[in-house]
Design a protein around this ligand. Structure first.
Ligand SMILES: Nc1nc2c(ncn2[C@@H]2O[C@H](COP(=O)(O)OP(=O)(O)OP(=O)(O)O)[C@@H](O)[C@H]2O)c(=O)[nH]1
Ligand SMILES: [Mg+2]
Length: 333
């Protein structure tokens, strides 16, 4: 469930054909064979890069081919080599042959390179086929085909940003709004029982968001679903703290904020050191501006950025998404 997966097709360049030609020059009767060799086709290499954190860039672009070699020419001229290409993948990507299921490579470090499809050799021109008894050879080879493969790339996702808050605060609704994730959403607490991850793309950047089960007072003592899921956001670079400011919660937003902060601290003080956004949710149904203002004042006092959103009307969603991207996103292509 935490796995990003894409299927792609790679095709290395074919080799160029060898040439059939004879030397024709004034005063050189019956010049020998002079067909040059075809150029090698380009290779396709996968390269592990720290600048990518998802496989999203392949989703819209699943076919990759390298250039073919040029054909050989007369006067013993070899064809030019086809250009090779390098495809970046995030560190942590595992590559499988999609047809056989065989694991081909596991990228564990940035800068790691793996030749995945070798370009075809160029065919030999007829210059190579001459012997003492066979001086006018017409043999010449076609280029060899470049390797073609269907690949399955798999990446275990690590979240860049984590959504925290009370049950029912609107965490799952927000992730369904900003990513392709489809978590269960319902008007009762503890709808989310397992974390959900979603990949968010903003312009040409992407990041991964984790939606985890809600926290209640005493969660670090095991109340509600407990704090065990917080380990999923321990390595994130941003916490987005959602606070329901509508009346339907039946609680005070400021008090909710403190409860959740207390539970985070109960799990690990390190969580509180992470950058945090305070997000007032369900602003479309918030009747009492006082509830929003007091939360905003608290955020200001704590020095935390403050946003108001409605996942129903879409208000504030884009602004929040861009602000999150500023903190955690990496380029997608
Ligand atoms: N009016 C309004 N309702 C919302 C908004 N966001 C979420 N809701 C509703 O609030 C309820 C709870 O939403 P969820 O996204 O399931 O809440 P959650 O924080 O994931 O809850 P748990 O998984 O139980 O922790 C659902 O009925 C949603 O439709 C919003 O912006 N406006
Ligand atoms: Mg949920």
């Amino acid at each position: 469930m935490f796995i990003d997966e894409v299927r792609i097709r790679v095709k290395a360049g074919d080799g160029g054909n060898g040439c059939l030609a004879f030397r024709r020059e004034k005063f050189v009767p019956r010049g020998g064979p002079s067909g040059g060799d075809g150029g090698r086709g380009g290779d396709i290499t996968l390269l592990a890069s720290n600048h990518y954190n998802t496989l999203l860039h392949f989703r819209f672009n699943p076919e990759h081919s390298a250039e073919r070699g040029r054909h050989g020419e007369g006067s013993n001229r070899s064809g030019r080599e086809g250009a090779s290409i390098e495809l970046p993948v995030p560190v942590g990507t595992v590559v499988y042959d999609a047809d056989s299921g065989e694991m081909l490579h596991d990228f564990t470090e940035a800068g790691d390179r793996f030749l995945i499809a070798r370009g075809g050799r160029g065919g030999r021109g007829n210059q190579h086929f001459a012997t003492s008894t066979h001086q006018a050879p017409t043999e010449h080879e076609p280029g060899h085909p470049g390797e073609a493969k269907h690949l399955r790339l798999e990446l275990k996702l690590l979240a860049d940003a984590g959504l925290v808050g009370f049950p029912n605060a609107g965490k799952s609704t927000l992730i369904s709004r900003i990513s392709a994730a489809h978590p269960k959403i319902a008007d009762y607490p503890f709808t989310t029982l397992e974390p959900n991850l979603g990949v968010v793309s903003v312009d040409d950047r992407t990041f991964v968001v984790a939606d985890i089960p809600g926290l209640i007072e005493g969660a670090h003592l095991g109340h509600g679903l407990g704090v065990q899921f917080l380990r999923h956001i321990e390595r994130t670079r941003l916490l987005v703290h959602l606070v329901d400011v509508s009346e339907s919660s039946g609680r005070e937003p400021v008090a909710d904020f403190h409860v959740v902060m207390g539970e985070l601290a109960g799990f690990s003080e390190d969580l509180l050191k992470k950058p945090m956004f305070v997000v007032a949710t369900k602003i479309d149904v918030a009747q009492d501006p006082q509830r929003v203002e007091s939360l905003q004042a608290l955020a200001a006092a704590e020095g935390l950025p403050f946003y108001e959103i409605s996942s129903v009307t879409g208000q504030g969603i884009e602004a929040l998404k861009y602000a999150m991207a500023e903190v955690v996103a990496k380029p997608a292509e």
